[in-house]
Design a binder for this molecule. Structure first.
Ligand SMILES: C[S@@+](CC[C@H](N)C(=O)[O-])C[C@H]1O[C@@H](n2cnc3c(N)ncnc32)[C@H](O)[C@@H]1O
Length: 271
């Protein structure tokens, strides 16, 4: 486990993931019934942007650094929340973003396997139940949720060469156990072939109702670079395709000046 999110916090990939996640959670809260969120790869919970890691990585400057002037439009909710949670000095990770959105009747469970990041997470989100186990094992053990409604967020570091097939298997397993739960999974787009294989694996696993939202900063031709990323959403709330397209369009306008940049919303598996 070499991956440390502190080098990458607030980069373009975090912006895509978190802007869409905010919309999904708000949409799920149209219903008053309580829900639970499992953040299965939670990271540290928050990131000081003047830390050595953030300075050395420098990625936030080309990510959230380009969004801080946003006051209105499809990104206003996300950027407003970031300001509330400490930007420009601190970038909130997914745990703090989710915690800020949940209602008193909702529940949050966090999981992070790296011991140092787990300790930091516990300090940052004191009082929130936190596990230190493998994310896919945690998702299997902790679903279905007692509330019957909820969201599982998978955000693996993709260090392992078999991360895509393992992620597809884990998502299919959650779907089989808890068909109504929303699942959100972040994935890298270096080049297209592994992404197409991931989508095919989800279809083959028998899972239904899955939509991908993708953004790429440049044509994904150089497989050594993180050219873009996607969010796979199982059981997306009503309106996700339209709202997600507007969020991605607003993001790409600010995040890339390169030729070949683009976005798409793709139905991966029918309802
Ligand atoms: C991309 S980061 C998470 C960022 C976080 N979700 C956010 O948006 O702020 C991935 C995290 O997963 C952790 N991780 C790596 N392998 C894991 C595993 N098998 N189970 C749980 N966590 C793992 C890493 O230590 C890292 O903190």
């Amino acid at each position: 486990m070499n991956y440390r999110h502190a080098f990458h916090a607030g980069n373009f990939a975090d912006c895509v993931k978190h802007a869409l996640l905010v919309w999904v959670l708000r949409a799920m809260q149209r219903k008053p019934t309580p829900l639970r969120v499992l953040d299965a790869h939670a990271g540290r919970g928050e990131y000081a942007l003047d830390s050595d890691e953030a300075r050395r990585g420098g990625e936030w400057w080309e990510g959230v650094g380009r969004l801080m002037a946003v006051e209105e439009g499809p990104l206003a909710d996300y950027v407003g929340l970031l300001r509330q949670l400490g930007m420009p000095g601190t970038y909130p990770g997914s745990p703090r973003i989710i915690q800020a959105l949940l209602r008193p009747s909702d529940a949050l469970v966090l999981n992070e396997l790296h011991p140092e990041d787990h300790a930091a997470l516990r300090r940052a989100l004191r009082g929130t139940p936190t596990h230190m186990r493998d994310a896919y094992e945690a998702a299997r053990a902790l679903t279905p949720f007692p509330e019957k409604r909820g969201l599982v967020l998978f955000d693996p570091p993709f260090e392992a060469t078999d991360e895509f097939p393992r992620l597809a298997t884990a998502m299919a397993r959650v779907w089989a156990r808890a068909r109504g739960h929303v699942q959100v999974a972040w994935y890298p787009i270096k080049h297209r072939a592994p992404v197409l294989a991931f989508h095919a694996a989800l279809r083959d696993a028998g899972l239904r109702d899955a939509v991908a939202a993708e953004l790429w900063l440049r044509e994904p031709l150089d497989a050594t670079r993180l050219n873009g990323c996607g969010l796979l959403v199982v059981n997306p709330p009503y309106g996700f395709e339209t709202a997600g397209a507007a969020i991605l369009a607003a993001l790409i306008e600010r995040l890339s000046d390169e030729p070949g940049a683009g976005t798409r919303i793709l139905r991966v598996v029918d309802e």
